[in-house]
Ligand binder design. Structure first.
Ligand code: SER
Length: 598
């Protein structure tokens, strides 16, 4: 199916671009890649020219995506966290009519799907953006009867931007009528696309990106008209195979015969089916995230990963799967997908190691945490005086489950919901903040870099920036700062990288930095908006996003980082640079110690 899609669009002069990483490297303010258009943002707004960079305004890709927006719906047959998206783009080339023609032609002629089972949605218009009359006309021209074209507002038929600002526009979606029993019982007299009954499944989204949302929240018309489309690969495969769920396609073959996993939609044990689906969705997602350099952590992307792994472990234990299920299934995912996604094979060791560690960590506390939770619930229930009061899990207890037993908040919420209770979220936040205040001093020491030595360490600090850039040049773009510590004797730098550095790599890094020192590059400080800094290519921490102004240090044209300083005036002051030690810091993180000066 992937090949069919690619061949079809290549025939009409589209150029295939590779999937980008699940960790977007053109915008640190966005946590994960949720759509194929993300790597094309600057081309959609017209800031970059696709002819110069690709030699084509018509592109296609098969993109790895990860979404948490629908995570609560995972467990049904259609929603996934990780999925593949087939997409075609026009960057200032064709527009609505052709995009609609391509989509309908591919589905009905190439894949031979029944045209009579398609329902279409279009944008009904809003205060600022007109109703999409062209699309309605184009769909009628394709032979879709008017009754099967439904209009919806901003929530359903306006797509983007990803993050707060960026390209966006009205969309038109192709929904397929599964015509299954569930739909026949539907009580909604207007049953159709977007009905909750599950009879209709959205399989292709055509976005007509001719707007850009700006900082003030206004929709500004772009000079060029673009098309951004996305087909849910797993869903399309299920439709083609006339299956009720994506888990019944061969994309989940790796889990089908695993003891305790249930994928049969007609199973009498629907809870087992739901949990099996969640486990396999989350596990597949975790494997792909780790392959792209994400590791379990307390915040940002690492937290999302931790959350899905721990949820999979919890549900696996409910289903009484073998203790080794996480690793068994992860190996199968790698075997299954490595041909299409070779990064899984390359990172096999790292993936299995990261999962093993997270598994061991959480299993140690899972049992005790569940015992604590159940005892607490029993205790509250037994003390209850009337059946009227709402049962709420106290915020401090939720925090205890989080901090002591390693239960992600969302997992506790799920447990509580099963019992018909609620979670005291405000109380949790309060407890969290109090704890944070106490530990902030420690964190500052770990990441602050300069610490108590202040100005005395300016040369080591500048060398750290050079090292960061040189590591990315020599080892690859996946390298990200994971910690730094400076004193007048040496600098220490931790960064994400799965392997030991070779002798040659170390020499190369030293050569680059010593050359930059010889070039005596000026070090210049500038104050600017976070957004502007990112636009100028500054490396920076996600948390800086919340600051109005940030300071950016540029070393010639070589390095650009958001940073509080201090630094030397020019690189010549460093005299020389030498790496003294390279070792592992923690899983997937390397540590380099280096010295500057003669
Ligand atoms: N960006 C749109 C989506 O993700 C179309 O690709 O649905």
């Amino acid at each position: 199916l992937r090949k069919k899609f690619i061949d079809y669009f290549k025939k009409s002069e589209h150029l295939q671009i590779p999937s980008s990483s699940l960790v977007p490297d053109n915008d640190p303010s966005v946590l994960l890649t949720t759509a194929g258009m993300q790597q094309l943002k600057d081309y959609l707004t017209g800031e970059k020219d696709p002819i110069v960079d690709f030699g084509s305004q018509k592109l296609i890709s098969v993109q790895k995506c990860f979404r948490t927006a629908d995570i609560d719906a995972v467990g049904d047959g259609a929603h996934l966290t990780f999925f593949e998206m087939l997409g075609n783009w026009s960057l200032g080339n064709y527009f609505k009519r052709e995009a609609i023609e391509y989509a309908f032609d591919f589905f009905t002629k190439e894949l031979k799907l029944d045209p009579a089972r398609f329902w279409i949605t279009v944008f009904e218009g809003s205060d600022h953006i007109p109703r999409d009359e062209e699309s309605i006309r184009d769909w009628i021209e394709q032979g879709i009867p008017k009754e099967r074209i439904k209009e919806f507002g901003m929530k359903d038929n306006f797509w983007g931007p990803v993050g707060k600002t960026g390209p966006c526009g009205p969309s038109s979606e192709l929904h397929y009528d599964l015509d299954k029993e569930a739909g026949k019982d539907c009580k909604n007299p207007n049953c159709g696309p977007n009905c909750k009954c599950g009879r209709f499944i959205e399989i292709w989204n055509l976005v007509f990106m001719e707007y850009k949302k700006d900082e003030k929240g206004s929709y500004v018309k772009l000079e060029q008209k673009n098309v951004d489309t996305g087909v849910g690969f797993e869903r399309l495969l299920a439709v083609l195979n006339q299956k009720c769920s994506v888990y019944e396609t061969d994309l989940f073959d790796w889990a089908k015969s695993y003891e305790g996993i249930e994928f049969d939609s007609s199973s009498s044990d629907q809870e087992k089916l739901r949990l099996s689906r969640i486990i396999c969705d989350h596990l597949r997602g975790a494997v792909f995230l780790i392959a792209d350099g994400v590791l379990p952590a307390r915040d940002d992307r690492g937290y999302i990963l931790r959350r899905i792994i721990r949820r999979a472990i919890k549900h696996g234990s409910t289903l009484k799967l073998k203790d080794s299920f996480l690793l068994d299934l992860a190996s199968k995912v790698i075997d299954f997908y490595q041909e299409v996604y070779p990064e899984l094979e390359t990172n096999r060791k790292l993936i299995l190691q990261a999962l093993t560690e997270e598994d061991q960590k959480f299993r140690k506390t899972l049992k005790a945490g569940m015992k604590f939770f159940n005892q607490y619930v029993d205790q509250v229930v037994s003390k209850r005086t009337s059946g009227q009061e709402k049962l709420v899990l106290d915020g401090t207890e939720v925090f205890r489950l989080y901090e002591t037993y390693g239960f992600p908040l969302e997992l506790t919420e799920e447990l509580v919901k099963e019992k018909g209770w609620e979670v005291d979220k405000e109380g949790f936040k309060k407890a969290f903040k109090k704890h944070q205040k106490i530990s902030r001093a420690g964190v500052k020491k770990k990441f602050g870099g300069v610490g108590e030595w202040g100005k005395k360490v300016a040369p080591q600090h500048t060398a750290t920036h050079l090292l960061h850039q040189a590591l990315r040049d020599v080892l690859g773009k996946h390298v990200k700062q994971a910690g730094s510590d400076l004193n007048p004797e040496r600098l220490r730098f931790d960064f994400t990288h799965p392997e030991v550095l070779s002798k040659r790599e170390i020499e190369k890094i030293e050569e680059i930095i010593n050359q930059k020192i010889k070039d005596d590059l000026p070090v210049v400080k500038k104050e600017m908006d976070y957004k502007q800094a990112i636009k100028e290519g500054a490396a920076g921490l996600f948390k800086d996003k919340y600051k109005d102004k940030v300071s950016v240090y540029k070393i010639g044209d070589y390095s650009c980082e958001i940073c509080a300083g201090p630094h030397v005036k020019s690189t010549g002051e460093l005299k020389s640079f030498k790496i003294k030690k390279e070792k592992s810091s923690s899983r997937g993180v390397r540590r380099v110690k280096a010295v500057v000066g003669n």
